[in-house]
Ligand binder design. Sequence first.
Ligand code: SAM
Length: 215
Amino acid sequence: MKFDILTIFPEIFDSYLNESIIARAISQGIIEIRIHDIRKYSKDKHKKVDDIPFGGGAGMLMTPQPLYDAITAVKKKNKGPVIYFSPQGKTLSQTKAENLAKKAQDLILICGRYEGIDQRIIDLCVDEEISIGNYVLTGGELPAMVLVDAVSRLIPEVLGKDESHLHDSFSKAFKRKKEYPHYTRPAKFKGMEVPEVLLSGHHKKIKEWRNKNLK
Ligand code: SAM
């Protein structure tokens, strides 16, 4: 599965995507992530990508030309839907991540900055707006990483056997509920003991306890 990410801050992605499970998935060729600098597509002599909003108001907006040209160029190699991250979008859920992973369609992800992007880009080029929650971030780069992470870990072979996603919070197996509490060694820590049933080795009872403690 390929993710093409359009941003004016390409370096932001360097650290996160080069570590741990996502880095391994990339090196194994299970996923591919290509970062595109929107600014490179600006026809402005100073490579400007923002301007004041018509009608006034605080802040700047991303201008349509660099975005349009960047999306057009990326679309030549990626035929998947274009997602724009925005607080106005539908909130990302585990079910949505599961559906995207199952379809395994390549995705084009647009990260906004400033006060957002010109509405005509949304009308002309965007297939879907996705929010990662009811709060406002400075840019769409974190949302892009959130989506890439949430979707990638659901692609078969990205997680090892021990890290299976089938029994995680919001999974079907947990009836979309949140996971039960976990404990590891030592059995007693700061005077606090692990629930006895978890030490019993009694698989049926452990399963019952865990089901009861889903939230
Ligand atoms: N003026 C916008 C508003 O009030 O909805 C906020 C713009 S925000 C400062 C800049 C960019 O960050 C947005 O264009 C979007 O790409 C991204 N962003 C901020 N919060 C987000 C969220 N909760 N979910 C997804 N993207 C978000």
